[in-house]
Ligand binder design. Structure first.
Ligand code: CAP
Ligand code: MG
Length: 420
């Protein structure tokens, strides 16, 4: 009877992964009592076919064929690369894939810190996932903003407004020239702001703003809820001519996001993905799951827009890391459509040129406080943010544009051109 598998048997630096294999790049720290290579083998074992007991009497050669292989080790930097045969994963089942590559390994006693840095999906593993329905170009076309960043706002205060007040703030923001108004990530259906009433009132306001401005406008209603209710809410949005739904993808869960993406296949509607809770996984650079990895999961499942960091603004996220995520979301990848990256968090009109310099024009720029905190209120704040985006399209500096648009001048006087 074949003996079991020691952790070291999961390590082979001469191994060359097949092009159908899934490859994970990890950073880890281990307890002093074990060796780096042994711990690396433990990560590959526990995330594929192995366990702590090397002498499994049930082990056989066929199982060994499916084992993961650590093929690169960089002990000085605490990094390893692990290749996984595609048959270890059920294509189309993201929870199962994540239970393998982001599951038990975080809790192994000998591993003190572990971070999934990046993951390379093969067609064999990714094939059954739908990917985005619209694609970046379609998203920008629908807003009539092919040559500039899309600009939007989050209705603030985050919670507390009635559905009528919410719709009125949205109307003012669209009237000022913004393309997009979204619900905040923790707004669902509240006693003071019922979801159905909010959606009807806000989509009515959208229609009025479109008639008065002659521009198409977009609303991202937050449908985050248990899946059956998300389906009902999505149907209500479509019944009222909405073109998008918003989902907090991490708190809703990957299975729910996959179900909603499949449910909306073939329907004329996009998914705006908020990433609330991501910092629980992404923030500590020696532990957790990188935002790049989360962005790959999100695009694979098929969100059309994804909050992906700002570099400037109030939320953390380093320049190179955020730029890499933006590049990935807009890149050719596994026959999947592109996802438009969303910059949001502590932003205001004075930061638009920096954002475009750092992150390009194929982005959504959202400002909550940076619109509704404008001295002239939401419409003026919307006008200022839209003017900043128009300046990019017209090749003007903010100062030149501010000579034409007083509300932009007022925004620059209040917030300047630096991070607040
Ligand atoms: C921004 C925001 C966004 C976060 C998301 C907020 O409001 O509405 O949810 O920025 O961050 O609630 O903070 P402000 P990220 O514009 O007033 O900051 O996109 O990094 O996930
Ligand atoms: Mg928010």
């Amino acid at each position: 009877m074949t003996e079991g598998m020691e952790y070291e048997e999961f390590v082979d630096e001469g191994y060359e992964p097949g092009n159908e294999e899934l490859v994970c790049y990890f950073y880890f720290e281990h307890v002093d009592e074990v060796e780096f290579e042994w711990a690396a083998g433990g990560i590959a074992a526990e995330s594929s076919v192995g366990t702590w007991e090397p002498g499994l009497k049930t082990m056989n050669d066929s199982v060994k064929e499916h084992s993961a292989t650590v093929f690169q080790l960089d002990e000085d930097n605490g990094r390893i690369s692990v290749a996984y045969p595609p048959e270890l994963f059920e294509s189309g089942n993201l929870p199962q894939i994540l239970s393998s590559i982001t599951g038990n390994i975080y809790g192994l006693e000998e591993i003190e810190r572990l971070r999934l840095l990046d993951v390379e999906f093969s067609e064999a593993v990714a094939g059954r996932f739908l990917g985005p329905q619209l694609g970046l170009k379609e998203v920008k076309k629908r807003a009539g903003a092919e040559e500039r960043p899309l600009v939007g706002t989050i209705v603030k205060p985050k919670l507390g407004l009635t559905s009528e007040e919410h719709a009125s703030v949205a109307y003012d923001s669209w009237k000022g020239g913004l393309d997009i108004v979204k619900d905040d990530e923790n707004l669902a259906s509240m006693q003071f702001n019922d979801f159905d009433k909010r959606v009807k009132n806000t989509l009515d306001a959208k229609k009025q703003a479109e008639e008065e401005t002659g521009e198409s406008k977009i609303y991202f209603p937050n449908i985050t809820a248990p899946v059956a209710e998300m389906k009902r809410r999505a149907e209500l949005v479509m019944d009222n001519d909405g073109s998008y739904v918003m989902i907090d993808i991490l708190t809703a869960g990957w299975s729910a996001v996959q179900e909603m993406r499949e449910y909306l296949e073939g329907r004329d509607i996009g998914i705006h993905a908020h990433r609330a809770q991501h910092a629980a996984y992404t923030r500590l650079k020696t532990h957790g799951i990188s935002m790049l990895s989360i962005a790959k999961f999100a695009r694979l499942v098929g969100v059309d827009n994804l909050h992906a960091g700002t570099v400037v603004g109030k939320m953390e996220g380093g320049k190179e890391e955020v730029q890499e995520i933006y590049s990935f979301l807009r890149s050719d990848w596994l026959e999947k459509k592109t996802t438009i990256p969303v910059a949001s968090g502590g932003l205001h009109p004075g930061l638009v040129p920096d954002l475009v310099d750092l992150l390009g024009e194929d982005i959504v720029i959202q400002a909550g406080g940076g619109v509704h905190g404008h001295p002239g209120g939401s419409e003026a704040g919307g006008r200022a943010l839209r003017a900043a985006a128009d300046a990019v399209k017209e090749g003007k500096t903010l100062e030149e544009k501010a000579e034409e648009v007083e509300e932009l001048q007022e925004a620059l006087e209040k917030w300047g051109r630096e991070e607040t």
